[in-house]
Write a protein of this length. Sequence first.
Lengths: 902, 209
Amino acid sequence: MTPERWQEIRDAFHRVVESPPAERDAVLKTLCGADAELRREVEAMLASDADSDRHLRAAIGGAVAHVVEHQRTSLIGTLLGGYRVTGVLGHGGMGTVYLAERADRQFQQRVAIKLVEQMAVHPQLRTRLRAERQILANLEHPYIAHLIDGGENEAGIPYLVIEYIDGQPVDEYCRTRKLGIRARLQLFEKVCAAVDYAHRNLIVHRDLKPQNILVTADGTPKLLDFGIAKLLAPEPAAYTLAVTRLQDRLLTPEHAAPEQVLGRPITIATDVYALGVLLYQLLCDRSPYALHSSTLQGLERAICNEDPPRPSNLFRSGRARALLEAGGFDPQSAANERGTSVERLRRALAGDLDEIVLKAMRKEPEARYGTAALLAADLRRHLEGELVTARQGSGRYRAYTFVRRNAAAVALVSTVIVALAGFAGLMWSQQQQLKAQRDLADQERDRATQVSSFMVDIFSAADPFKAQGREFTASELLDRGAAKILADLNQQPEVRAQMLDSIGYAYQRQGNQDKAIPLLEQSLQIRRQAATGPTPLLVTSLRNLADALRMAGKAASAEGYYRQALAMSQELFGERDPRVADVMVGLGRLLYPNPAHIGEAEQLLENALAIYRDKLGPQDSEVASTLSDLGNLMLWKDDLASAEQYHRQALRIYQATVPRTHPDYAQTLGSLGYELMRRGSLTEAERMLNEALELKRQVFGNGSAQLSGVLQSLADLHDQRGELKEAMALESEALTISQHSAGERAVETGVFFDSLARLQWKAGMPEEARGNVLAALSIYAEKLPTDHPYVASSEQLLGEIHLASGDARAAIVPLRHSLDVCTRTYGAESWRTARAQSALGAALAATDNAAEAEPLLVVGYRTLRAQLGNDDERTQLARKRVLKFLTAQGRAAEADRVLANN
Amino acid sequence: MFGAIVKRSPREKAPTGARMTRPSSVTQLLRDWREGQSDALDRLTPLVYDELRRLADRFMKRERPGHTLQATAIVHEAYERLTDMDIPWADRQHFFSIAARLMRRILVDHAKQRATNKRAGNVTVFELQDHDTEIADIGFGIVEIDQALNQLAAVDRRLADIVEVHYFAGLSPEETAATLGISLTTFHRELRTAKAWLTKTIRAALHDT
């Protein structure tokens, strides 16, 4: 073909392919005219044009693959030791594995020969390697591929002759056989048995991964590659260590334990870690650090610093899952491969298996299972439905992290020793933060020491931990600490701020806001002076102060501090940080009692929950506590069913993770008891409330504010049973406690006045009731805006009390105001509005304003019936009022029509 | 590395771990060539060739074989190993042009050698079954592509270059266009033409035999 001819062909081809398909024939005809050969050429090209370049690519790719494979195959046919190489089995970090057979043909024995190419063996090492090989050769276990022989080839490269295993890597085996979780676990247990056997022979595998664990057709696992295993026995020679490091750096990093990444001593715990990773992979079809594996450094960092996602979390829906899917993980196909659904898989993994995997994979070698056998035993327990040690153990582990996060709170419920550990932990972590900000390591160490010795001073009285033969209560310890820090002005500012903050926080957790607030304010002030911009410590101070103010009922100032803390924490830590979630929770708690802000509150809490679940795991105490808050919020929405659900979820987490004496456990128990009470499950409710009360008395002492809520719920419960006397006694105790702890004029105290008044009104004691509800309203007048729902509720009660004592005229003003507020805050369809309508209707009817009264009475009754049901006492009261009104009007005959549905 | 072990090694290998070539020398040679020293290319070529071979021999790719990705990865790795970070764009293009040609040569030489060995029957052939099957499926291989490309180059050098750089060095359309100094539109039009012509020609050749 001449260049000119080619030019013609090329031009014709261009012209034709660039014209619309329908016109191509015509274009072709015009271009080629009578030149049949040109037409044939172009038509042939057009016929090939439809093809993709798949064939070209495949042919080139195939050629590359041949080149790549060539070197590996060039040994084939040669003799190595007494074996003839017949093929290549694979290629790994340490070298190539060949298939070979006995050359003498006396036995038909197939073997695998591993040439350890990477090992640049120094002649001095050979003796030692030979000794090690001998020990490996002595490993006789049904699940370990037997080391038959070994040597060096003429170039001095060592090789190992190993029993040939015809099998699949364990992960692939599980996938292709679509094994369910139980079968996978049973297989994994066998792997553990083999590893444990090697450990008992002082051999650590160091590179356990699916490719090193083959499963034969009959389901027997065989562990390969003890080739780089090293004896646990102490090594005198430095050169061995160097080789070891080299080997470790060649490991598949995804399976490497933190100590391997860091070049720290390798022990059997390293294998336990790798078993944890393997178990993770078998359960999830994904490696734990898959999201970080794009770069080696990223992966190594993640291995050392980050907790892997809990296995069950991989199968959770929501944002975290979207992230995983973006990372190439497909939960659906993982579930399909086990013949189950994503949700069922998630549930199967949640709990025991999560904890077992994570315990095996702990960063600190000593926190993992001590041996592979213990790991296997825990799995066995799980399979047999017994309590697994990982969860008991995780209680301890969590207790530690919990202590670190909540040092002061723990001081209240735990021993002084734990508190000390907590402070040390707290200081340590804050020291790290400080370090990042400024390079003042020495000063920080001093601070940590100062805080520690300060705490020791507080806690070690002359007779340590004993005062008049009893333990100090937490309050006494805190008072001593507060007195000391307030008196001691010589401390460094940040040390002082830290201790003020910690003690203030402890008071706050104790419910003693009056003592907490000044300490926290001082701490904030010191830190503000010290900081030029946002700092994590400022966030802590702002949040703790806001919490205390919120608990003290100072909503407006609390909100300001929360919003500052929120903005600052987002700026410092990013949107999805647990420390941001901490602030969201506080602000959410502050906002949800306000109907105008309940939506924002719910959003904040939901966001916080997602962050906690994502970052801390689904069983974390913060998750539980936020669930609890959402439950409380649902109460404000009158959604008792959702409230109960949230609280039950929270309670389950607490039951699994904290001791009964944990304050949040008792708190949740109390809330759940309340909901059950409200939903009429009185027996279960009473049991829970009594337990909560007992725990709280134990933990917080008899006069603690923490008791009042439970007391009130129990009062409600007795109220529901018609046991008004018991109810009033409990309510009075709650009120007294609140007066002492929250304060005479605290909003909370007002609520108890209101509740007691409500009971007294029901019990036919309008005089006592009136006094108490007026007390409530006078507190509210000081502390709350006039259109606060509490005000509306108490005014409604006051109206009822006036009605009950025959003073309808006095009832009208509070009832009108209550109705107005209720309509604006809850809407016309709310039972609260309806209740106010009905009461106001009754008051108007009694003051001869029948025209205005009638629609209020009727609409109020109908709404109550629709919202609360016919049998509710509030509906019944409204019904009675309609009947009374009609009777008084001489229209009793209309009753059926009026009461009936429209 | 096996060269040291196996006596009938097909070619001499670089000692383990040692780098035969300092990056700066390749960088320098690329510059020399750009500046008109014609013998620079002669000195450059063996360096790149050896590196590509060495990489190909030692290449342990996790991906399924039978894709040009491997070639791409090898060429890019050679580039990273042989050149300095701040190599000028023009020299980078030259490198990939050279590497593409050399990669093609390595693949073709190897395939021909393999065919010879097969005919001679002196090798216990252990091949990767899957891509042999795939190639059988396609009906043609690297040798046929090479011949067709030679024919194409004889009449239209630029089209052959496009195919070479794009497929054998694995450069993206944008990079290929930039390397050859053509527009992206031209690249796509010419590649389409080249593909159609190559496929047609290879088919015809196979049909004739």
